[in-house]
Design a protein around this ligand. Structure first.
Ligand SMILES: [Zn+2]
Length: 122
């Protein structure tokens, strides 16, 4: 397959910047990575828009906001297991209860504030 080699470089649509901004905004700039140990979302400041399943599906269901740490971690994992499709498929988006969603939003804001404090102090 001729395109297999460039699989990791997913072709991005022309309006990618807009899509990306929308994903990050709808996630409240909070990392959507779900920790396997706690089942909770990471919630750290997210500035990365990631394809849940690598490829050309740029729908919101296949995109998630990630913090830099989880994006780097996931990319590394994908690189290592590119030919192995045994990765468990994540159930679309995680359905949060209103309470959880509020907690996430507060957490994200706190993370952003903390980050800004760090930025300001350096
Ligand atoms: Zn994260």
């Amino acid at each position: 397959m001729a395109w297999a080699g460039s699989y990791r470089r997913a072709r991005l649509p022309g309006n990618w910047d807009g899509i990306r901004a929308q994903v990050l905004m709808s996630a409240d700039y909070s990392c959507e990575w779900v920790r396997t140990d706690t089942g909770l979302r990471c919630g750290r400041y997210a500035n990365q828009c990631d394809h849940i399943i690598a490829g050309d599906d740029h729908s919101r269901e296949n995109l998630q906001a990630l913090c830099e740490w989880h994006h780097a971690r996931k990319s590394a994992t994908e690189g290592a297991r590119a030919t192995n499709s045994k990765r468990p498929k994540r159930e679309r988006a995680v359905k949060l209860t209103p309470f959880e969603a509020r907690a996430q939003a507060q957490h994200a804001r706190a993370a952003i504030e903390q980050r800004e404090r760090i930025d300001n102090s350096t």
